[in-house]
Every structure is written in structure tokens, then in C-alpha cells.
Design a protein around this ligand. Structure first.
Ligand code: NAP
Length: 298
């Protein structure tokens, strides 16, 4: 029996693991892929406090699992298939094993939806990005394309317009679904060029993105493509166990506690997440400290 099982080994999960194990809790972290999370797809991290020299996402996350293990956390590469609440403990099923814990921290994150154009996966971290706050600065005085017509796409296009020389905003219909006041700001921003009724067919380049081809066949020279076509919250394991908001994000209180006792959520899966590594790491610490207190109380 573990004290705490953490599901997901991105910044929120690993931070939880570091804090929980250092507080003396018998801790297991389960991750279906490699530890590190979606930030390992980022080409450079330069806004995490203390990281004064930019690092790649992979480099940045490299020692987090070792740090958690140093305090006694176990990390296993196993995909969790079910979380079953059982009296004052939880049973966790993976494909091959079953574990038990007094408290669970779910840190399974969110996955940006792909737009589906040719070369999208291949150029991730080499000009295709899903995070303007993370990668926007690398496009200072350059030309970028933003894909999408929702609030995120328009807000991020406005953010990028302050950094990049020019922003093409490419939307598949002739109307945005973003809030009217955001649309107004976009229409009034001189360096945003709106392209309606087009999708990106293909991205091309050698090492980095050099341009895109639209569905009409038109070619645009761009240095980067930012895709904001929605997020998929990875809530499958908890969607029937805890309260979610209208976007499927897990509702939590300031202790990262969900609507179910002993079940905590941290990072991009929780409501109002700002989807930044520093915030996910903070959530992880908050969840671990409170989960440990909960166990002691029980
Ligand atoms: P969203 O509202 O679902 O918008 C996704 C956009 O991407 C839509 O314009 C959609 O086009 C387009 N799209 C979807 N798949 C595509 C594809 N394969 N290729 C090209 N375009 C594609 O997603 P979101 O902007 O991330 O927002 C999610 C939720 O969070 C929304 O409810 C939003 O209001 C909310 N949000 C709120 C704020 C705020 O209040 N400040 C900020 C951000 C997000 P169609 O329009 O044709 O479907």
C-alpha cells in the first residue's frame, strides 16, 4: 500500500513526487510515456525562474525524475487504466498491475489538438508550436502564422502581434467564434492579416519551418506556425469520479483537492490552469503537501 500515487510525470506530477516523498510519504509515480510531459516538446525554456540560460524542454526536465527518486519516490512506466475509490483508499489498475494508495494526485495534463496538416508532427519544436507564451519570444520581428478562430487563437494572435513583425491569422470559416471584443481588437491590429476560408495544407522547411501552403495552394513564407484549435483535457480517468467544469477541466479548491476526498488534481488538467510549467510545478507542491496532511489526518 502506498501513501500517495501520482498519475502523470510531467512538471505537476514530478513536483508532487518530489514534495510527497520528501515529506516522508511512500510515493509511486505512474507515467504511460517518458517522464517530462508535453513541455519536452518545447524547443527552449527561458521563462522558468532560475533557468537563466535557455534550455530545451528535454534538457530542462531531465533531472526532475532523479530528484524525485532521490527522496524515495518510485517511478514506473505503466499506463493507468482505472482509478477505483474503495472506502478510505484507492485502487489503481494498470495494464498488468494493481496498486493501492491512501491518496491520489492526478496530473495527466491536457493535450493541444492537432490541426492535421502535413508536416505538423515533424516540425513540432522546429517552428510548429502550441504555446505562444513558451515560444513566442523566439519569433521577435519574424513572421508567424496562427491557426484557429476561437478565443485562444485570437488572444494568442494578439500576444504574438506584439512580438512578431507580422501575424497571419488563418481560420477555416469566414467567422470567428471568439468573443466579439477580442475580435474587435484583432481587426484593429495592423500587423495581423486575417485569412478566412483557408486551412494549412502543409508546412515546409529544411531544419526549421520556412513556409506553409494553404488549402487554396497559396504559399506563405513564415518562420513559425502556432496552432490553437482547442485542447483536449486528459480527464478520462477521473471524469466519472469528480466534478468537472464545462470544458472538462477538474474542479479543485485552493488545496488542489477535487470534489472527492483524497483525490487531488494538479497542472493543466485542473480548472483555471494558466498552462505554464512554473504553475504546474506549484500545483504539484500544493497537492502533495495537502495530500500528505490528509493522510496524516485520516
Ligand atoms: P475552441 O473555442 O474550440 O476553438 C477552436 C478553433 O479552432 C475553432 O475556431 C475551430 O474552427 C478551429 N479548428 C478546430 N479544428 C480545426 C482544424 N483541424 N483546423 C483548423 N481549425 C480548426 O478552442 P479554444 O479557442 O482553445 O477555446 C476553448 C474554450 O476555452 C472555449 O470555450 C473558449 O471560449 C474558452 N476560452 C476562453 C478564454 C477567455 O475567456 N479569455 C480564453 C481562451 C479560451 P470552427 O470555428 O470552424 O469550429
Amino acid at each position: 500500500m502506498y501513501d500517495i500515487i501520482i498519475v502523470g510525470a510531467g512538471p505537476a506530477g514530478l513536483s508532487s513526487g518530489i514534495y510527497a516523498s520528501r515529506l516522508g510519504a511512500k510515493t509511486l509515480i505512474l507515467e504511460k510515456l517518458n517522464p517530462g510531459g508535453q513541455i519536452t516538446l518545447s524547443s527552449e525554456i527561458e521563462n522558468y525562474p532560475g533557468v537563466c540560460e535557455p534550455k530545451s524542454g528535454i534538457e530542462f526536465m531531465a533531472c526532475w525524475p532523479e530528484q524525485a527518486k532521490r527522496f524515495g519516490a518510485e517511478i514506473k512506466s505503466e499506463e493507468v487504466t482505472k482509478i477505483i475509490p474503495n472506502e478510505k483508499k484507492y485502487k489503481i489498475k494498470t495494464h498488468n498491475n494493481e496498486y493501492e494508495a491512501k491518496a491520489i494526485i492526478v496530473a495527466t495534463g491536457a493535450t493541444p489538438k492537432r490541426a492535421g496538416f502535413e508536416g505538423e508532427e515533424e516540425f513540432i519544436g522546429r517552428g510548429v508550436s502550441y504555446c505562444a507564451v513558451c515560444d513566442g519570444f523566439f519569433y521577435k520581428d519574424k513572421i508567424v502564422a496562427v491557426v484557429g478562430g476561437g478565443d485562444t487563437a485570437l488572444e494568442e494572435a494578439l500576444y504574438l502581434s506584439k512580438i512578431a513583425k507580422k501575424v497571419y491569422l488563418i481560420h477555416r470559416r469566414d467567422k470567428f467564434r471568439a468573443a466579439p471584443h477580442t475580435q474587435k481588437k484583432v481587426f484593429n491590429t495592423p500587423n495581423i492579416e486575417i485569412i478566412f476560408n483557408e486551412t494549412v495544407k502543409k508546412v515546409f522547411g529544411k531544419e526549421f519551418v520556412e513556409g506553409i501552403i494553404l488549402s487554396s495552394g497559396k504559399e506563405l513564407r513564415v518562420d513559425g506556425v502556432f496552432v490553437f484549435v482547442g485542447m483536449k483535457v486528459n480527464n478520462e480517468l477521473v471524469k466519472d469520479l469528480v466534478e468537472l467544469n464545462e470544458w472538462g477541466e477538474v474542479k479543485v479548491n485552493l488545496n488542489m483537492e477535487t470534489s472527492r476526498k483524497g483525490l487531488y488534481a494538479a497542472g493543466d488538467i485542473r480548472e483555471n490552469s494558466v498552462k505554464q510549467v512554473v504553475a504546474a510545478a506549484g500545483d504539484g507542491a500544493v497537492a502533495a503537501i495537502n495530500a500528505t496532511k490528509y493522510i496524516e489526518g485520516e
